[in-house]
Design a protein around this ligand. Structure first.
Ligand SMILES: Cc1ncc(COP(=O)(O)O)c(C=O)c1O
Length: 335
C-alpha cells in the first residue's frame, strides 16, 4: 500500500480512466508546438478554473510544483512592480532556485550563497508579521501552504492566515496559496484557501493533478496577476509546459477525485480516530499528530524511532513518507 508517494498517488496508481485518457492522447498528439494554440490545454485550463469555482479565471500549466511557484512569484513581482516576497517558517515550495528561496529550511540551500528572490520568512505565531513587513515596504506577494506538508502535515492557524491575507491585500500585495500538496481534496477541499474564504489571488496545484499518471502543475490566478502574461505570452514559457499528454489527464483526474471525495472524507475520519487511539496507547513513543483530511504527520519522540517506523512499515507492505525538514515526523498520504 502506498501512503508515501509525496501526495501524487491520491487516486492510487494507474487509475483506469486517467490511463485511458492519456492513451487516447498518445495516439493523437502527445506534444505540440508552443507557437500554436493547443486545444487540449485550453480545455484543461477551462476545466481547472471552473473546478476551483471560477473566481480565479487564468491558468498557467507547468510540470513540477516548483514550476508553478516560480511562475506565480514572477507574475506577482511583475504585476505589482515590487520585489519582496513573504513566505512562512516551515514552508516548503520546491528546490529550483526561485522556489528554493521560499522554502524555509536552510539545509536545502547548503553551499549556495544568496538567493534569487528577496524573501522574508514570517512566524505563524505572529498575526502582525505581514503588517510589520508591509511597513518596511516593497512587498509583491505573500505565499503560504494552508497545511504545511513537508513540515509534518501542520495546518497553519486560519485566523492568522486571514489577518495576513487581509493585510497583504490592503497593501496591494498578491496572496498565493501553495496547495501543491494539500489541495485537490488531499485535505478534504478542492482548495483549502478558497473553501475557508481566504482572499487569495492564486492557488497553486500539482502532484495529483495529472491523476498520478503524468506530471502536471498549475498556477490558477486572477486576471490582474496574470496581466504580464496576457500582455506577452512568451514572457514565461517552457517547451513542455501545457503539453497535450499531461493536459489530457486533467479532466479524468478531476472527475475521479470528485467521485472519491466522500470516500476520502470518511477515510480521513477513520485515520484520525486510529491515530488518536494509537497516541493514547503509546504516549511515550508517539508525541502527537497533526493534519487534515488525508494528510497526517505522526511526531515521534526521536528521529531514530521515526526512521524505524518507516522501515518496519515498508517491510510490512506499507510505504509512508519521512519529512525531510522534520526528521522526527512520519507522514501519511493515503489514497
Ligand atoms: C507545498 C509544496 N509546494 C511545492 C512543492 C514542489 O513540488 P515539486 O517537487 O513537484 O517541484 C512541493 C513538493 O513537495 C510541495 O509540497
Amino acid at each position: 500500500m502506498d501512503f508515501g508517494s509525496y501526495a501524487v498517488a491520491l487516486l492510487g496508481h494507474r487509475n483506469p480512466d486517467v490511463v485511458a485518457a492519456v492513451h487516447r492522447q498518445l495516439d493523437v498528439m502527445p506534444t505540440s508546438t508552443r507557437s500554436l494554440a493547443n486545444p487540449v490545454m485550453a480545455e484543461a485550463a477551462a476545466q481547472l478554473a471552473a473546478y476551483l469555482g471560477g473566481t480565479l479565471p487564468k491558468v498557467y500549466f507547468g510540470l513540477n510544483g516548483a514550476d508553478a511557484v516560480e511562475v506565480a512569484v514572477k507574475l506577482a513581482r511583475l504585476a505589482s512592480g515590487r520585489d519582496r516576497v513573504l513566505a512562512v517558517h516551515g514552508g516548503y515550495h520546491g528546490k529550483s532556485l526561485g522556489a528554493l528561496a521560499l522554502t524555509h529550511n536552510p539545509m536545502f540551500r547548503t553551499g549556495l550563497r544568496g538567493a534569487t528572490v528577496d524573501v522574508v520568512h514570517i512566524d505563524p505565531e505572529d498575526p502582525q508579521a505581514v503588517a510589520k513587513e508591509i511597513a518596511r515596504g516593497n512587498i509583491a506577494a505573500l505565499v503560504f501552504e494552508p497545511v504545511q506538508g513537508e513540515n509534518g502535515a501542520l495546518p497553519l492557524p486560519l485566523d492568522v492566515l486571514r489577518t495576513w491575507s487581509r493585510d497583504a491585500k490592503e497593501h496591494g500585495a498578491f496572496v498565493i496559496a501553495d496547495e501543491i500538496q494539500c489541495g485537490l481534496r488531499r485535505c478534504g477541499e478542492r482548495s483549502v484557501a478558497l473553501a475557508e474564504g481566504l482572499p487569495v489571488d492564486a492557488v497553486l496545484v500539482g502532484k495529483p493533478l495529472g491523476g498520478g499518471v503524468v506530471p502536471l502543475s498549475a498556477v490558477v490566478c486572477s486576471q490582474e496577476m496574470y496581466e504580464p502574461l496576457s500582455a506577452d505570452p512568451f514572457l514565461h514559457s517552457a517547451t513542455f509546459g501545457g503539453h497535450p499528454l499531461s493536459c489530457a489527464a486533467l479532466p479524468a483526474a478531476l472527475k475521479a477525485i470528485e467521485e472519491l471525495a466522500d470516500h476520502g472524507r470518511s477515510l480521513g475520519e477513520t485515520l484520525a480516530a486510529g491515530l488518536r487511539s494509537l497516541r493514547e496507547r503509546h504516549p511515550e513513543v508517539m508525541r502527537g499528530f497533526t493534519g487534515r483530511g488525508l494528510l497526517w504527520g505522526i511526531d515521534f519522540s526521536a528521529a531514530h524511532a521515526a526512521g524505524e517506523v518507516v522501515v518496519e512499515l515498508a517491510n510490512a507492505g506499507l510505504l509512508v513518507s519521512p519529512c525531510l525538514s522534520r526528521p522526527t515526523t512520519v507522514r501519511l498520504l493515503p489514497r
